[in-house]
Ligand binder design. Structure first.
Ligand code: CTP
Ligand code: MG
Length: 229
């Protein structure tokens, strides 16, 4: 299967508070986004990668990421994650069988997981990295007192990459209006709304999203120790 990938890297990283875009923060010697570029380009199925970067930072992003044969374009992202995905999709080549959408904020992804996701598309329209929720879940009131415990049976945390047959994902975005592009938080959610069956695939590796400084310290330690296959 010939696959393309959109890496969304256009967020401002407010919760990280690094004073600049999160995707360009250096982690274990590389800009955060570069870890994902490397993993995706090493997956044999991935032919083209588009990076959606903070608007106006195309040149800084290109300089930070460096030269990679598979990086097809670096385009300005937009005001919401899903709008950034849409910009990225528009810049991919037109002849792909599969498209993966991945957060620059998840640098621990591996080529093996990418290939496993693409392989599942032989029998599925959509498959996403996800893990069963391990913690006991509490619903809180406004003062952080527990209201009740939430049953976690069947609850999974959605991650990225999220992989789709190309016509399916392009059809979804062709159909999406401004409200949905502002409110949806992942591509799978947009697929579910249209009745597309989405398969959950546990990547079997730690795949945290860098949101806070604590996350950054965690991934720095894991990447510094060598990527987990
Ligand atoms: N993203 C994007 N365009 C946006 C918002 C987010 O491309 N307008 C990307 C981010 O770069 C990130 C991923 O979507 O790779 C997940 O978003 P998140 O972790 O929330 O990153 P930020 O929005 O940058 O962080 P924050 O919400 O703390 O500002
Ligand atoms: Mg955000």
């Amino acid at each position: 299967m010939r696959a393309g990938a959109v890496i969304v890297a256009a967020g401002s990283g407010e919760r990280l508070g690094a004073g600049g875009p999160k995707a360009l923060v250096r982690v274990a010697g590389l800009p955060l986004v570069t870890w994902s570029v490397r993993a995706l380009e090493e997956a044999l199925e991935v032919e083209a990668i588009v990076i959606a970067c903070p608007p106006g930072m195309e040149r800084e992003t290109a300089a930070a990421v460096g030269t990679h044969a598979q990086v097809h374009a670096i385009v300005p992202g937009s005001t919401s994650r899903q709008r950034s995905v849409a910009r990225g999709l528009a810049a991919l080549p037109g002849d792909l069988d599969a498209i993966l959408v991945h957060d620059a904020a998840r640098p621990l992804i591996t080529p093996h997981v990418v290939s496993r996701l693409v392989a599942r598309l032989a029998a599925e329209e959509a498959v996403i990295a996800a893990a069963p929720v391990p913690d006991t879940l509490k619903r809180a009131d406004g003062q952080l007192h527990v209201e009740h415990t939430v049953d976690r049976t069947g609850l999974w945390g959605a991650q990225t990459p999220q992989a789709f047959r190309a016509p399916t994902l392009l059809g979804i975005f062709g159909d999406a209006g401004p409200e949905e592009l502002d409110s949806a938080t992942d591509c799978a959610g947009m697929a579910e709304r249209r009745g597309v069956r989405v398969l959950l695939m546990d990547p079997g590796i730690p795949n945290p999203k860098v949101t806070t400084q604590a996350d950054l310290r965690l991934v720095e330690a894991l990447l510094g120790a060598g990527r987990i296959a």
